[in-house]
Design a protein around this ligand. Structure first.
Ligand code: ZN
Length: 125
């Protein structure tokens, strides 16, 4: 419970991102605890994020219209990472991203390995 609260600022940010992406369907996931929002369009994507299909922010998973097999599972691994390292997870993620890029980011490697999906040109964060 405390981990959910510690990640609340990120969950609020995730809620805002979901809201501007036009939510279509909202559901709850247990273990890891997460709110899953399927949205109409990830229109705000830019830069290295421009091809993402889904994302996890705080305790929210945002699934875009073009999700593929195992994308939800991938994002739930990121939710577990947020819960393992509350507050600092996004900072650790971006340090890792700057050091090693996306494909060699240890948090992405873990998410792809545990979810059983593979990196492609359009991907998950
Ligand atoms: Zn990822």
């Amino acid at each position: 419970m405390i981990r959910l609260i510690l990640n609340l600022p990120y969950s609020i940010l995730g809620s805002l991102i979901a809201l501007i992406s036009i939510p279509k369907k909202i559901s709850l996931h247990k273990n890891p605890g997460a709110v899953i929002v399927t949205v109409e369009k990830l229109w705000w994507r830019f830069g290295y994020l421009k091809n993402i299909r889904a994302t996890a922010v705080g305790n929210l998973v945002i699934l875009g219209p073009n999700i593929e097999h195992k994308d939800l599972e991938h994002e739930l691994i990121h939710i577990e990472q947020y819960q393992r390292m509350p507050i600092i997870q996004p900072i650790l993620y971006y340090i890792e991203l700057l050091k090693n890029g996306y494909q060699n980011n240890k948090y992405e490697i873990e998410a792809y390995r545990k979810a059983g999906n593979a990196y492609k040109n359009n991907f998950n964060i």
